[in-house]
Design a protein around this ligand. Structure first.
Ligand SMILES: [Cu+2]
Length: 181
């Protein structure tokens, strides 16, 4: 069953790439996208996406001279992955699905809790802190790019004990961005 589901989702991804990316410039643009600090956590129960779902975050930088767009994502840890944004509806924060996330030349997009994220539906096994989770991000021009993110605690707001998702200008490993009381 899983094999069939995976094959189907891969076929769907391939179809997406083909329909949205007719240009042969893909290979040239492949190195223009930089993915940094990927991580994931189990989704909090509130907000409508609780239970066996997860959320994944990453910093995406487009170093190319052309625009690109994130058009799909997949993970071997989840039945399906959607691109989500968070919008304020009155006093309530709501997540909603987006078809694509555009990346202008030189733009850096910081996915984070309360903002853009990849929603992992129907986790195949619980996300355990310290585990690595594989994600495939599919770009309109750069094509699919695989990354591995660390699993952080459910209350985490950033990767590796950081309190926020770093921008691509920030370096990991230092303590200057950590907050101590
Ligand atoms: Cu979501």
């Amino acid at each position: 069953m899983r094999t069939i589901a995976l094959a189907l989702s891969l076929a769907a991804l391939a179809a997406l790439v083909v329909t949205r990316s007719p240009a042969p410039a893909a290979a040239q643009a492949a190195s223009a996208i930089r993915l940094e600090n990927p991580w994931a956590r189990r989704a909090p129960a509130q907000g409508g996406h609780g239970g066996a779902n997860g959320a994944a975050y990453v910093t995406i930088r487009n170093d190319g001279v052309e625009g690109d767009a994130l058009v799909a994502a997949a993970s071997d840890a989840a039945a399906r992955v959607e691109l989500h944004e968070t919008v304020k509806d009155g006093d309530v924060m709501k997540m909603r699905r987006v078809e694509a996330i555009d990346l202008k030349p030189g733009e850096s997009r910081v996915f984070k809790p309360g903002g853009e994220h990849m929603m992992m539906f129907d986790l195949k096994q619980p996300l355990k802190e310290g585990d690595l989770v594989k994600l495939t991000l599919v770009f309109e021009k750069a094509g699919p790019i695989e990354i591995e993110g660390t699993v952080e605690p459910i209350a985490a707001t950033g990767p590796h004990g950081m309190d926020h998702q770093p921008t691509s200008d920030e370096k990991m490993g230092g303590h200057e961005h950590m907050q101590h009381d």
